[in-house]
Design a protein around this ligand. Structure first.
Ligand code: COA
Length: 155
């Protein structure tokens, strides 16, 4: 179902940029943003009938390398609300947990009720902070965290 993107395949990149632009307009990732995430972070895609219909991307936290920061997630517009986002995220967490990752952090617009509900109610994220004007005036962010597994030093 999910697939880790490892190469800068132009066809795949074009599709990812298309989904990102559809979801975030100018704020979506372009090829310049995707390249470091593909080469140095983790970019997972979800395929339906062999077509890419969603993506999620992560970077490592410099101060806490057991933490993956979720840069963003988006599902093709016409396929939203069918459980694909939840599946993509859950499967990506399983993949991250098989590596060295113990927790995932993200930020989300508090007005993005679909995303907040998905993260909180369906995936078990907890709100850990609220940052007013984080992305400029009136652009607040909720900080959310999900523990995937306890720290190896705590076991
Ligand atoms: C947020 C997003 C990734 C969720 O993916 P999705 O495939 O639509 O989500 P799912 O179908 O897996 O929904 C999971 C849950 O979200 C909620 N949800 C989804 N669509 C909803 C809608 N239209 N209205 C209300 N709640 C909704 C429900 O709680 C749902 O759980 P349920 O199936 O038990 O009802 C997707 O909507 C998207 O790409 N949005 C635009 C980009 C974005 O905002 N990304 C997140 C910020 S980084």
């Amino acid at each position: 179902m999910i697939e880790l993107v490892r190469t800068m395949d132009p066809e795949i990149i074009a599709r990812l940029v298309q989904i990102e632009t559809e979801a975030f307009g100018q704020g979506g990732l372009n090829v310049w943003h995707l390249e470091p995430l593909i080469r140095h972070g983790r970019v997972y895609v979800y395929r339906l009938h062999n077509e890419i219909v969603g993506l999620v991307h992560y970077m490592l936290d410099w101060d806490r390398p057991q933490k993956a920061y979720m840069v963003g997630v988006s599902i093709s517009k016409e396929l939203r609300g069918q459980g694909i986002g939840a599946k993509l995220l859950k499967e990506s967490f399983d993949a991250l947990a098989k590596e060295t990752i113990e927790e995932v952090e993200l930020t989300v617009d508090p007005n993005n009720l679909v995303a907040v509900k998905l993260y909180e109610s369906k995936l078990g994220f907890l709100v850990t902070d609220f940052k007013q004007d984080e992305y400029g005036e009136g652009e607040a962010r909720l900080i959310m965290k999900l523990v995937l597994r306890s720290s190896s030093t705590e076991q």
